[in-house]
Design a protein around this ligand. Sequence first.
Ligand SMILES: NC(=O)c1ccc[n+]([C@@H]2O[C@H](COP(=O)([O-])OP(=O)(O)OC[C@H]3O[C@@H](n4cnc5c(N)ncnc54)[C@H](OP(=O)(O)O)[C@@H]3O)[C@@H](O)[C@H]2O)c1
Length: 274
Amino acid sequence: MIPMLTAHGASIPTIGFGTSQLGDCTDVVATALQLGYRHIDTAWKYGSEQGVGNGIKKSGVARQDIFLTTKVSHEYLRAADFARSVEESLSRLQTDYVDLLLVHWPTIDNIPLAETMDALAKARREGKTRFIGVANFNIALLDEAMRLCPEQFSVLQAEYHPYLDQSKMLAHCRSKGLIFMAYCPLARGGIFNDPVLGEIAKAKGRTIAQIALRWLIQQDIVAPIPRSGDAKHMRESLDVFDFTLSADEMQRIHALKRADGRIANPAGRAPAWD
Ligand SMILES: NC(=O)c1ccc[n+]([C@@H]2O[C@H](COP(=O)([O-])OP(=O)(O)OC[C@H]3O[C@@H](n4cnc5c(N)ncnc54)[C@H](OP(=O)(O)O)[C@@H]3O)[C@@H](O)[C@H]2O)c1
């Protein structure tokens, strides 16, 4: 059983499973679920929704035992487009509802945030999603979104790994009672040659991936969603609940943050990060 994090009624597995860049992920998702993952993160933009839907069916795990997240892309933030995007996602996922619906990125077309937030709240009221939130918003945008949205947020999803300082956003999420869902938790593989992580991994008899994930989940509101196409790695990433990092080890990993550590930073779409 994976420990859960809770926020405003939502109960979310501490470690989830990412599905970007996997192509047809039917078998990968089925394997992940069979190995014990209970949160699958997808998005229209990844082209993985159909595979996720198929993988859930193939896994034999009951839909109600899975926490399923999808996202509405920045192209679809007008109310009618938003509703259509949600319907199409549900159809590809072969389910009546998702557990978490996120706005994937802020608008780049000056679509009023109030209109998008009404559409997000409506999706929740209509039972198309149990919980809501946003991804890739900065603190000011997150606050504005929460002010405008008639329904309570549970989650902020954003990039987070040892090379990226997210202390401001983390403190903010903590103050709002939100779960910080960490994407690119392994920096897309960019941390695997790190000497400090390597040293800590060796001392603990763990892998670098496990050390990075443990560092994230030890920050009490962080729920990483690593992606893997490899069953051995999938198992390893779930096996991080039976050891702890010392305060000194946590600090050494915090010190790895870099000014250029951000990976997902699309020009013209990314907000002014905190
Ligand atoms: N909201 C957003 O805008 C946004 C943006 C980016 C990502 N995301 C979500 O976050 C998820 C994760 O981020 P990501 O896919 O970019 O990168 P990631 O999870 O940081 O890294 C994935 C890479 O790490 C490797 N890996 C995974 N587990 C491993 C392990 N235990 N040991 C060794 N290598 C391991 C994988 O290779 P193998 O396949 O060989 O294991 C893969 O190359 C995405 O799939 C997506 O669902 C959201």
